[in-house]
Ligand binder design. Structure first.
Ligand SMILES: Cc1cc2nc3c(=O)[nH]c(=O)nc-3n(C[C@H](O)[C@H](O)[C@H](O)COP(=O)(O)OP(=O)(O)OC[C@H]3O[C@@H](n4cnc5c(N)ncnc54)[C@H](O)[C@@H]3O)c2cc1C
Ligand SMILES: NC(=O)c1ccc[n+]([C@@H]2O[C@H](COP(=O)([O-])OP(=O)(O)OC[C@H]3O[C@@H](n4cnc5c(N)ncnc54)[C@H](OP(=O)(O)O)[C@@H]3O)[C@@H](O)[C@H]2O)c1
Ligand code: SF4
Ligand code: SF4
Length: 555
């Protein structure tokens, strides 16, 4: 009986290293790893030892025998990968890399700016070197970036990666400076004066512009804001989400669009068991929304959502899913024998239960104008056809036909976008910091979404961080970064003079513990605290912030 990789796979490849028979692919370094939607177990060679399941931070690998009804398609999904890329054709790979060692003696200090997945994977990779200590800064009093404020509350397995992050932050040589915004509370120059290397892992905080008239009408919201709102991001709690109408339209059909649609269509009783923030939950509980229409500008084959997420949605028995292929007949639009087309074909035949909310996956449809008197009341939707360019890419071309779709809210889920980072160069086309394999210049580096743009899964940031850390080690070895002018001995007092709201590891652990305690009492994973003042009170009651008194101050 083989093990099977399922929906919550975040592509970090921890299982690849654990597997004794090299039967999980694509592995890091193999073709397709960087773009894989998930990893796959080869049933023909799996010996069912369970080592991968123990290594997996997201509970994504399960024995075949424990698959639920809704998870059954993952069996075929894992198998189909090996029909396309047979395992026997692969050269064996060295699964455990030899640990690189620094040639220059330390100690070395590294500052990591941003405590999201890229920041924590970077810290973890650096701390494999006993000569290196790492200070991680985040502008919020809570770490974990989009794992806390992006990953959907109904994906608790994915959020389990927080346990891995908690292990990283407890390693010797790790310190947090949370609630400290680099570029505002401290400058890059002040960091480079104290650290051998500074790594920015600040993510992509904004959204791609949609660029149609009416975008600024009240009721037209970015998915970036909406996601932060329901996940309890302190900056997004005043969003003013109005769900007193029956339909929401979402533009874009990536995984973020699916997340938003599920949260809007979910049964309130199911949402009540998650870590969704309390005030947004109350709005969603009382919501009048019956239908969520997802507008994809191209056809089903080009949909940006991933197959594992579609499998998850298709397996959700509390929501109707309707597939609308626009002007393209379904038998033509969904002719493929791939899992995505098969699933969408199956969905075509599903009956719609009027007692449930409905998500409509509409293809070949673009917003032309968002309309309304003082707030959104509809969106003019233009029909598209597909045109394949000379490089083989299918693009959407407007047919000129339009119709009005009435909607009380429009979510723009057309992708995230990185903002300029103070003191660093900026590429306005990609919304990233120009870099070479993570190096901006010797001593200054980037990893994660600020480095490669807003794509990929949590685990994608692990291999990305490894590449950046390699660049740092190269520069330390080559001596191309000098000894900083100052130590970090007085850093805490400098920060405190400008930002008295700083939170350390003990403070974060107190906030985390309190959230979990409240969650346990309510039968939920955690009850999120969204008020920064309340977080700071809890951190202070725990004895933090208190650098220097509790720990020996570092140099
Ligand atoms: C809505 C959504 C849902 C997702 N769901 C999944 C999922 O289910 N599974 C999956 O595998 N992947 C998921 N992803 C992708 C995953 O979240 C990203 O790949 C990952 O979070 C990117 O990591 P990052 O560290 O580059 O950025 P982030 O996670 O955004 O972290 C950046 C951090 O930097 C901090 N920061 C920013 N500016 C400063 C500053 N000036 N000073 C100090 N700190 C600063 C921020 O507060 C933040 O904590 C999702 C993404 C989104 C948008
Ligand atoms: N569960 C998960 O694993 C999970 C959950 C959420 C996010 N993520 C990851 O996070 C990353 C970001 O996700 P995302 O959904 O924000 O981005 P995305 O995957 O890039 O999807 C963006 C969508 O917006 C559409 N779009 C862009 N510009 C448009 C325009 N002007 N008009 C109409 N449509 C437009 C795109 O269509 P085209 O394809 O035609 O350009 C695409 O459908 C992805 O890598 C995603 O997989 C993962
Ligand atoms: S169960 Fe064992 S053999 Fe099978 S994929 Fe997992 S680690 Fe490999
Ligand atoms: S989350 Fe990581 S360890 Fe788990 S199945 Fe996916 S790649 Fe493997």
């Amino acid at each position: 009986m083989p093990h099977v990789v399922t929906q919550s796979c975040c592509s970090d490849a921890s299982c690849v290293v654990a597997c004794p028979v090299n039967c999980i692919h694509p592995a890091p370094g193999e073709p397709g790893f960087a773009t894989a939607e998930m990893l796959y177990v080869d049933a023909a060679t799996c010996v069912d030892c369970g080592a991968c399941a123990t290594a997996c931070p997201a509970d994504a690998i399960v024995p075949h025998t424990t698959l639920t009804e809704a998870q059954q398609p993952f069996l075929a999904l894992n198998a189909e990968y090996y029909q396309t890329f047979p395992h026997r054709d692969r050269a064996p790979i060295a699964l455990v890399h030899e640990q690189r060692r620094l040639r220059r003696p330390g100690p070395f200090r590294v500052a990591v700016v941003g405590a999201g997945p890229a920041g924590l994977y970077t810290a973890d990779e650096l701390l494999r070197h006993p000569e290196i200590t790492v200070d991680v800064f985040d502008r919020l009093p809570t770490p974990y970036g989009l794992v806390r404020s992006g990953v959907a509350p109904d994906h608790p397995h994915t959020k389990q990666v927080e346990q891995l992050f908690a292990q990283i932050e407890q390693q010797p040589g790790f310190r947090y400076f949370l609630g400290v915004e680099i570029g505002k509370d401290l400058s890059l120059a002040e960091l480079t004066a104290r650290y051998h290397a500074v790594v920015y892992t600040v993510g992509a905080a904004s959204d791609r512009p949609l660029g149609v008239p009416g975008t600024d009408l009240p009721g037209s919201l970015s998915a970036t804001d909406f996601v932060g709102w329901y996940n309890g991001h302190p900056d997004k709690q005043d969003l003013g989400v109005d769900l007193t109408h029956e339909r929401v339209a979402i533009v874009g059909n990536g995984n973020v669009a699916l997340d938003c649609a599920r949260i809007l269509a979910e049964d309130p009783e199911a949402l009540a068991r998650t870590d969704i923030a309390d005030a947004p939950y109350a709005v969603l509980r009382d919501s009048a929304v019956r239908e969520v229409v997802i507008l994809g500008r191209r056809g089903p084959a080009q949909a940006a959502f991933t197959v594992p997420e579609l499998v998850g949605l298709a397996g959700h028995d509390g929501i109707n899913i309707v597939v609308d292929t626009g002007d393209l007949p379904p038998e033509e639009a969904l002719a493929g024998d791939d899992v995505k087309s098969r699933l969408l074909r199956e969905l075509l035949d599903r009956p719609v239960d009027p007692a449930r909310r409905t998500i409509v996956l509409r293809f070949l449809a673009s917003p032309v104008e968002i309309v309304g008197e003082g707030r959104v009341s509809g969106v003019v939707v233009g029909r598209n056809r597909l045109e394949v360019d000379e490089s083989g890419v299918a693009g959407a071309v407007a047919t000129g036909e339009t119709e009005l779709l009435e909607t009380g809210m429009l979510l723009r889920a057309v992708g995230y976008r990185g903002l300029p980072v103070p003191d660093l160069p900026y590429d306005g086309d990609t919304g990233t910091v120009p870099n070479e394999a993570g190096r901006v210049r010797p001593g200054v580096y980037v990893a994660g979404w600020v480095k490669r743009g807003p794509t990929g899964f949590i685990g994608t940031n692990k291999s990305d961080a490894e590449e950046t850390v390699d660049a740092i080690l190269d520069d330390l070895d080559a001596g191309s970064v000098g000894e900083p002018a100052e130590t970090t001995a007085r850093l805490r007092s400098v920060i405190r003079s400008r930002q008295p709201r700083m939170v350390d590891l003990a403070g974060w652990q107190a906030i985390d513990g309190e959230e979990r305690r409240r969650g346990a009492a309510a039968g939920r994973p955690r009850v999120k605290i969204v008020d920064v003042d309340e977080m700071l009170r809890i951190a202070a009651d725990a004895g933090g912030p208190r650098y220097g008194r509790r720990r020996t101050e570092r140099t």
